[in-house]
Design a protein around this ligand. Structure first.
Ligand SMILES: NC(=O)c1ccc[n+]([C@@H]2O[C@H](COP(=O)([O-])OP(=O)(O)OC[C@H]3O[C@@H](n4cnc5c(N)ncnc54)[C@H](O)[C@@H]3O)[C@@H](O)[C@H]2O)c1
Length: 270
């Protein structure tokens, strides 16, 4: 359904690990909409090699960057501007990882070194990225930066663990940095709060299938698929949403505003 809404736009896409990644779908669909971009991921993720196929398919260059390293991020923005022949118009932050979740630490017994890592990788990296871009003046006026969030930032879900705090911080950074970047350079910053999605990060959460099926039955439209999330991201990169900034936008089939659905209630009838 490409309409060329990103024709002439340049960007940077963080977080395409494999074909299931939300960032992967964004890259495929952004290319179809006419965008040119650089793909980036942590060096260790690039070693898996899957991203080479995506780069080939979308005509993108790959620049490694650990999103917790200011030096890597500054290098990434500098090189991207060179490669793309000008400042960028959009940046996708599609990054999340919790060592506590990975190592199955219970929320009431977290490892605090891991906790710092969760926050640094999944949230502070958003600030680092925005700070590097602003310092280097690497984003055009009316450019758009999008991060991906989850409703556990606002309401508790038993096994989302320290990622819940990371998402709260991420959403707060979108508001705070969005204020400053908007004032200084008319750059907008938003987060999209996405339904549970079958990806490497998603499936890493304990009991993810239960999570996924419950949300699906609670949402009037069902869980929002990754491809549709990608389309929503593209709309925020486009000129059709120029005055949208500092928002956390739900892309969840209606889950966030549903008290209970009939399907779920029926399961409790005698
Ligand atoms: N899958 C879901 O259910 C779901 C729901 C809502 C929001 N999200 C969010 O969507 C985003 C993308 O996740 P996904 O579901 O596509 O999973 P994914 O596992 O495909 O993507 C996560 C990415 O983060 C990258 N990453 C990890 N550490 C990094 C670092 N130090 N530097 C740079 N990159 C690093 C990984 O290499 C990977 O590409 C995340 O923010 C995630 O929390 C996912």
């Amino acid at each position: 359904m490409a309409n060329g809404i990103l024709k002439g736009k340049k960007g940077i896409i963080f977080g395409a690990l494999d074909e299931n990644s939300i960032a992967w779908k964004v890259a495929v669909q952004a290319a179809a909409e006419g965008a040119e971009f650089v793909l980036t991921n942590a060096p260790i993720a690039l070693r898996m090699g899957a991203i080479n196929k995506l780069a080939e398919e979308t005509g993108a260059k790959i620049i490694p960057a650990d999103a917790t390293s200011n030096d890597d991020l500054e290098k990434l923005f500098t090189e991207s501007v060179e490669i793309l022949g000008g400042k960028v118009d959009f940046v996708l932050h599609s990054i999340g990882m919790s060592p506590n979740v990975r190592k199955k630490k219970h929320y009431t017994d977290l490892n605090y070194d891991f906790y710092h890592k969760t926050l640094d990788i999944s949230a502070l990296s958003f600030h680092r990225m925005l700070a590097a871009a602003k310092k280097l003046d690497a984003i055009n006026e009316w450019g758009s930066v999008v991060g991906l969030s989850y409703i556990a930032s606002q309401r508790t879900f038993p096994d989302y663990s320290d990622m819940a705090e990371a998402k709260s911080v991420l959403e707060s950074i979108a508001r705070s940095f969005g204020y400053h970047y908007g004032n200084a350079k008319k750059v907008r910053v938003n987060t999209i709060s996405q339904s549970p999605t079958m990806t490497t990060a998603g499936k890493g959460i304990k009991g993810f299938n239960g999570f996924f099926n419950y949300a699906n039955e609670m949402s009037p439209l069902g869980n929002a698929p990754a491809e549709d999330c990608a389309n929503y991201v593209l709309s925020l990169f486009s000129d059709y949403t120029r005055f949208v900034t500092m928002q956390n936008l739900f892309h969840d089939g209606g889950f966030s505003n549903t008290g209970v659905s009939q399907v779920v209630m029926d399961k409790f009838e005698d």
